[in-house]
Design a protein around this ligand. Structure first.
Ligand code: MG
Length: 315
């Protein structure tokens, strides 16, 4: 394996030079943030936990490691600014794979104008990519705790595709839109910024809608009334998982948003103008329970994710 210095040079060569007072190469990066408040989050993407090298290319790993972090910035309504990267690699990791990993990450970084300002390398048995990302807030952050009874509940994009993609990869299917959603989630950064003008609460859906909605309801002290038929599903997910399977699916990286009734129309118009797909799936209620209706308007038994939430809530 080349020395750490060569690895760093190889990795950095794929990223644009960061426009900060001090970038990579010194003991610390030095940033000069604007007066806007800064969001910070960190997330590790680890081999055999979040991906396998048999089913993810190096570029997929680089993309996904950054995407899951950007999704958390999107959830707060933040604009991505800077990030640092701690990379652990096996000693025999091929240099061209390192370049591919960097390219996957750099392509997404460029698309969202987030600058790599530092990081470090260590050797380890598994590949792991730990990123710390920052974003600036032009407005108050979107929190999980801001929703009120009567607010409309929206979700972006479609649900369940990444779960279906995971199942397909396990069965040896390596192509198609679901597999792509599993390998290359697209963080809803632009939508998050729009939502920060209208929504009372928001979060990203990383553990499955049922579970994450549980967190939002708990934080906001509200219940929910939701219609299964309104869940936005791709034809493939509708056929393979159905609405209940999509509710339990993880790694969607869509946004879940609560919008006060007086702002629903304006929010939907702003999303339409920006080409951001959102679907109204229900309302939040004063009663702290879950009402999930099927196509016939009857209450259906809770999906597995709902059971999980109940278990957590009762502890
Ligand atoms: Mg999150």
């Amino acid at each position: 394996m080349p020395g750490e210095f060569e690895l760093i040079q190889r990795f950095l060569s794929h990223f644009p030079r960061a426009r900060v007072p001090v970038g990579p190469g010194d003991d610390c990066a030095v940033l000069a943030p604007s007066r806007e408040a800064t969001c910070v989050t960190t997330d590790a993407t680890v081999e055999d936990v979040h991906f396998t090298r048999a089913t993810f290319s190096a570029a997929d790993i680089g993309h996904k490691a950054l995407a899951v972090n950007l999704s958390d910035l999107a959830a707060m309504g933040a604009t991505p600014r800077w990030f640092v990267c701690a990379l652990a690699l096996p000693r025999d990791y091929p240099p061209r794979e390192l370049s591919a990993l960097a390219r996957g990450m750099a392509t997404l970084a460029r698309a969202h104008r987030i600058a790599l300002v530092g990081g470090n390398f260590t050797s380890a048995r598994e590949v792991s990519v730990t990123l710390t990302v920052t974003g600036s807030l032009a407005r108050a952050p979107l929190l999980r705790s801001g929703a009120r009874p009567g607010d409309a509940l929206y979700v972006s994009g479609t649900l369940g595709d990444a779960r279906l993609g995971f199942q397909q990869l396990q069965r040896g299917v390596t192509r198609g839109s679901a597999v792509r959603r599993q390998r290359r989630p697209e963080p809803r950064v632009a939508l998050g910024r729009i939502a920060s003008r209208f929504a009372s609460a928001g979060m990203d859906v990383s553990d499955g809608l049922a579970q994450d909605l549980g967190h939002l309801c708990e934080a906001s002290r509200v219940g929910v009334r939701m219609e299964l038929e309104r869940l936005p599903l791709s034809p493939a997910v509708r056929a393979a998982l159905g609405p209940e399977g999509a509710l339990a699916g993880g790694e969607d990286y869509e946004l879940l948003l609560a919008v006060p009734p007086s702002r629903e129309r304006a929010f939907e118009r702003a999303c339409a103008r920006a080409g951001e797909r959102v679907t109204r799936i229900g309302e939040l209620t004063r009663e702290r329970g879950w009402v999930v209706l099927n196509a016939a308007g009857r209450c259906v038994p809770p999906a597995p994710g709902f059971d999980h939430f109940r278990g957590r809530a009762s502890r």
